[in-house]
Design a protein around this ligand. Structure first.
Ligand code: PLP
Ligand code: COI
Length: 339
């Protein structure tokens, strides 16, 4: 393989050796199949293509100092894929099969797991879609599960370098009681107008507000939001955001670091009271926010005035990453070894 520049990997697609597929037909899942092809044959009338019957997951494999490959809370991803499947009426992919597929695809592609200390990881992307033919709007009777991997660098350029974000009031990503709580492709399609507008204006991401009242912070593109004030980690509660596994973990990690934690509605005006702010997720890890601009209200909220992430953000980041790479004991039982 051509030598990869591990330290400068983008968050993008790089071909690896193998992926795994599994097919649901006649009411049951078949055996896992290993493939070397990057392509799939898909029926022209599949519900995944026409009606957005598709959900996905994202998790990472981390290479420890000891040369062992670790996964972080894979069961949470398996359970969330089952929940997403239920949300758009797909056949659920069983948890135990998910485990087998994910561990196997990492083992098969172990030469693509970035070395310890490079800041890169092996991103694991499971997906599930309706592959049977229908023309009416109804759930498919056939489904395809695929998992592929690709080595990645940080999602937001610079990794732990603070980024700027733009509040978006003219695009809603998801509605309350809609599909925002599920990790389905349609939510990401719905976010693209805002994402492109933010990028074109020079921001790392857009920030979505709650669709109903436009009063509360929802999330930051493909990551949850958090703010820090009075040594408290505060993160939005909402009916239209994805329940982030990273965020859920940080709420617990905070407790062990003497940081208080709250999950509740976060009014936009509260941005003025935070001493630090950030985005968190598997791809984003923790991305500190330097500035949030709300053009419609003529407001600019600034953090990290010295250009560096704040102290509470750094404490949380260091602890989370230390657990993921195995530099600190896994006191929560979140790590599984692949080998
Ligand atoms: N919010 C959205 C919309 C996402 O796509 C993601 C990524 O998975 C997250 C939040 C972060 O979730 P997690 O920490 O489980 O990766
Ligand atoms: C992740 O954090 O794993 C995600 O799925 C974000 C992705 C949409 C880039």
């Amino acid at each position: 393989m051509e030598q990869l520049d591990w330290k400068n990997l983008p968050f993008g697609y790089i071909r690896t050796d193998y992926n795994i597929r599994c097919f649901y037909r006649n009411g049951k899942w078949g055996e896992l199949e290993v493939s070397t092809s990057e392509y799939i044959d898909i029926h022209i009338a599949s519900t995944g293509l026409h009606y957005g019957q598709e959900a996905f997951e994202g998790l990472k494999a981390y290479m420890g100092k000891d040369g062992r490959i670790r996964l972080f809370r894979w069961e949470e991803n398996a359970k969330r894929l089952i929940k997403s499947a239920g949300g758009i009426k797909m056949a659920a992919f069983p948890l135990e099969k998910f485990r087998e597929a994910v561990f196997r695809v990492v083992e098969l592609n172990r030469r693509f797991v970035p070395p310890y200390g490079t800041g890169a990881t092996l991103y694991i992307r499971p997906l599930l879609y309706g592959s049977g033919a229908e023309v009416g709007v109804k759930p498919s009777s056939e489904y395809t599960f695929i998992v592929f991997v690709t080595p990645v660098g940080p999602y937001f350029k610079g990794g732990i370098k603070p980024v700027d974000m733009l509040i978006c009031r003219d695009v809603d990503r998801a509605a309350p009681k809609g599909t925002g709580i599920y990790k389905v492709g349609g939510n990401y399609a719905a976010s693209l107008r805002a994402a492109v507008a933010a990028k074109e204006a020079g921001y790392a991401s857009s920030i979505f507000l709650d669709a109903k009242e436009k009063k509360y912070i929802d999330e930051c593109g493909p990551a949850n939001f958090f703010g820090i004030k009075n040594n408290t980690y505060i993160t939005p509660k909402s009916e239209s955001i994805l329940e982030s596994i990273t965020n859920k973990s940080l709420l617990e990690v905070a407790g062990t670091l003497g940081i208080k934690a709250e999950r509740r509605q976060v009014p936009v005006e509260e941005l003025a009271e935070f001493s630090e702010a950030g985005a968190c997720g598997t791809a984003a890890v923790i991305s500190p926010i330097r500035k949030i601009v709300d053009p419609d209200k003529n407001m600019i909220y600034e953090y990290c005035r010295d250009g560096n992430p704040g102290p509470v953000t750094m404490k949380l980041y260091n602890k989370l990453v230390a657990i993921q790479y195995g530099d600190e004991p896994d006191e929560f039982g979140w790590i599984s070894f692949v080998d």
